[in-house]
Design a protein around this ligand. Sequence first.
Ligand SMILES: N[C@@H](CCC(=O)N[C@@H](CS)C(=O)NCC(=O)O)C(=O)O
Length: 244
Amino acid sequence: MLELYHYGDSLCSMKVRFCLFEKGVEFKSRYVDLLNWEHLTDKYKKLNPNAVVPTIVHHGNPIIESTIINEYIDEVFPGYSLTPQDPVLWAKMKVWTKLQDDVLHPAIQKPTFNILVKPLLAQKSDEELDEWLSSHPLEKSRQMFKGAARGKVNIEALEDAQAQFNFIFERMEDALKINEWLCGSQFTLADIAYAPAIDRLEQCDWSHLFENYPNVLKWCEKIRVRDAFSKMRPTENQRFSNVL
Ligand SMILES: N[C@@H](CCC(=O)N[C@@H](CS)C(=O)NCC(=O)O)C(=O)O
């Protein structure tokens, strides 16, 4: 059976859980506790050298990167396809998922670290932080954890994140004015990639950012009623606000 290494309140993990539930793929859950640095162990880094979640292991093969994982799942497992057949729509889907990886995810990390994770990391000692972060292979992650653990809320970063969300929501609004889903009439991996943002912005009390985009709001409502969306959300005890 496919194994999923993931964390409850992680956007990229939600994205892969959403895909697995949509496709009806059974999986064995392997929980990686990010706040206890379980992603930084040598054992986990053998599966995912970037030391991030999620990772899937299928037939003994580790596969990393949430966008690539979702493409793999859609390709390998039966059920209805989440990828357009038409090459132009396929290209559009890839542009959406690239934008999610390149812009939406880094933007959403700003409120995540400044609002949700900061109070949790503030409780870690300098020694613990230094010890674990020195074993993190990614400088970007080291900086994010350090910045969140110590120092003030970065207001500039939060303002920048909001500007990035507006940039993305304008593009989504344009697409959803004429189409039911981001790539036309078919629900695809593009919609799955953006859906966890609905959960995260709600958790950060930032849902008002959707308000200027009526078609994005309608899309959010259609996403919310999907079974897989409810199933992929973290349980209450897995929320950052409740983990300690
Ligand atoms: N591009 C990667 C990003 C993965 C990522 O940043 N995961 C976060 C959780 S959403 C993580 O594991 N963070 C821990 C860290 O950076 O140390 C993907 O899409 O899988």
